[in-house]
Ligand binder design. Structure first.
Ligand code: SAM
Length: 476
């Protein structure tokens, strides 16, 4: 074995399960190399072709990731630094996501199904939630659940940045779904909390405290969560179970546990054919066990499971929830709202589920209405507008999620776009614009301003304001 500072107990455990055609020396070598940087284009905001053209013009080199049409490795490594602070990132044109972490959603949508009710059981910070929402083209309902209160904030912020409107957020341990929402979802992703053995390239110290006891504990939780996921799946529905860890106890064995528990209701759906070269990672059950050296990526595990018949659930349990505090908007309120959107050339479909609460108008995903009263939601859909003394104010989330090519917006240059994202007002020398306006940069909405003639007063929500913008052609 080559010399390494990696935890020897961890390496022993890997040596025992590494397939015979792979070498532990390669495993160690790749585990100590920095990861290639990768991004996923947000097709809710821009087409892949337009994005590639635009970023190549700024000197980016993009190499397609074979298992995700929207995914690219990006370089040159020595020239690109903080890509998270570029105007394009802040405007929601792309999401920084490790290449192998794009695989679970590709697997979930492999069969070209268009599921309308999807659950993402362990969702923060939202790499896969945002990927699923783009696959759903912002239609249907995507319930995104996260147990950690602090991480739910980043989940919401990412959905907001990418202009997602079909998400409803919940904040529970995911073992409640089988009881609260039995046989409800067409597709479920359980990207489970795990030991993170595949993430060592991001953090070489990640496995210093590796222990078998920790694996025993987390795999017990994973077995509980996968049962709950399966109960919450409709008959004929599909579940993807994934982790970023490598040991079999948290991966293969969790799936086999489900099969033991629900026998012939569980069908493993082989992932062969998912992309060219996937056979290198294919297990005998048809799961993908991605070792870091296979595709020069993080380690990952992905299994796809179909529910072929109904199963006994733990007794369905009704959640205790307070009265739903929103009211369906009246015809008059809907008309007022549409009027407010007209000058921006934005529109909400007539069939949209518009609700009203305390002066705010919300647009909920239509499928969400069927879940009202069954579970407590932290947030659903988007806030469209709020009442004020003289009428309505459009909300930033609506400006992002409703934006389209025909929207009326003031186009900013790169310097003004950067200034806007840093929370500053923008000067417009020859402008007589007055009132609420959208601002865009290269055709993508950035947010809302109040135009006061020569000055555009910044209305970017405070939590989205950045203190630094980097761009190859941005100067302060
Ligand atoms: C692997 S991460 C999810 C990454 C996420 N799917 C993404 O792509 O950005 C697992 C998440 O599960 C959350 N978690 C931990 N215990 C949980 C539980 N009992 N129920 C639901 N989520 C849980 C963790 O806080 C963590 O955010």
């Amino acid at each position: 074995m080559v010399a390494t500072s990696l935890n020897p107990e961890f390496l022993d455990s890997i040596e025992k399960i590494l397939p015979s055609e792979l070498s532990i020396d390669d495993f160690i070598d790749y585990s100590q190399r920095p990861l290639r940087r990768s991004i996923r284009v947000n097709t809710l905001a821009i087409s892949v072709t337009d994005f590639v053209k635009r970023m190549q013009a700024q000197g980016w080199q993009l190499q397609a990731i074979p298992w995700c049409e929207q995914g690219f490795w990006v370089g040159p490594e020595d020239k690109l630094d903080a890509i998270g602070n570029t105007v394009e990132h802040l405007a929601g044109l792309f999401y920084i996501q490790e290449a192998s972490s794009m695989l679970p959603v590709t697997a979930l949508f492999q069969s070209q199904r268009q599921p309308m009710m999807v659950l993402d059981m362990a969702a923060a910070p939202g790499s896969k939630t945002t990927q699923i929402a783009a696959q759903m083209n912002n239609q249907g309902l995507l319930v995104a659940n996260e147990y950690s209160a602090s991480r739910i904030k980043s989940l919401f912020a990412n959905c907001q940045r990418l202009g997602i409107r079909n998400v409803a957020l919940t904040h529970f341990s995911a073992n409640v779904f089988g009881q609260y929402l039995p046989e409800t979802f067409d597709s479920i992703l359980l990207d489970a909390p795990c030991g993170g053995e595949g993430t060592i390239r991001k953090d070489p110290r990640a496995l210093d405290n590796w222990s078998q006891a920790a694996i025993d504990e987390i795999s017990a939780l994973q077995r509980e969560l996968i049962e709950s996921a399966f109960q919450s799946l409709k008959v004929g529905g599909e579940l993807v179970y994934s982790t970023c860890t490598l040991n079999e106890q948290e991966n293969h064995q969790v799936c086999h546990h489900l099969k033991q528990r629900f026998a012939d209701a569980v069908e493993f759906v082989p992932l062969d054919g998912l992309f060219d070269g996937c056979d290198k990672a294919l297990t005998e059950e048809g799961f993908l066990h991605v070792w870091p050296q296979l595709y020069d990526s993080e380690g990952f595990f992905i299994a796809k499971i179909r529910k072929t018949k109904a199963v006994d659930s733990k007794e369905a349990r009704k959640a205790k929830i307070a009265k739903f505090p929103f009211q369906a908007a009246t015809q008059k309120q809907r008309a007022t709202l549409q009027q407010q959107l007209q000058p921006f050339n934005l529109a909400i479909p007539d069939s949209a589920a518009i609700y009203y609460r305390d002066g705010d108008y919300w647009w909920f995903p239509t499928e969400f209405e069927a879940l009202i009263g069954k579970m407590r939601f932290s947030r659903a859909g988007i806030r469209v507008a709020s009442e004020h003394k003289k009428g309505l104010n459009l909300h930033h989330d609506a400006a992002k999620a409703l934006f389209n090519r025909n929207a009326q917006a003031i186009e900013l240059d790169v310097n003004d776009a950067g200034a806007f994202l840093m929370g500053r007002d923008v000067e417009q020398k020859n402008s007589a614009d007055k009132g609420e306006k959208l601002v865009s940069y290269q055709g993508t909405t950035l947010g809302i301003v109040k135009a006061l003639g020569k000055r555009l007063k910044n209305r970017l929500p405070r939590e989205l304001v950045r203190d630094k913008i980097s761009n190859s052609n941005f100067s302060e």
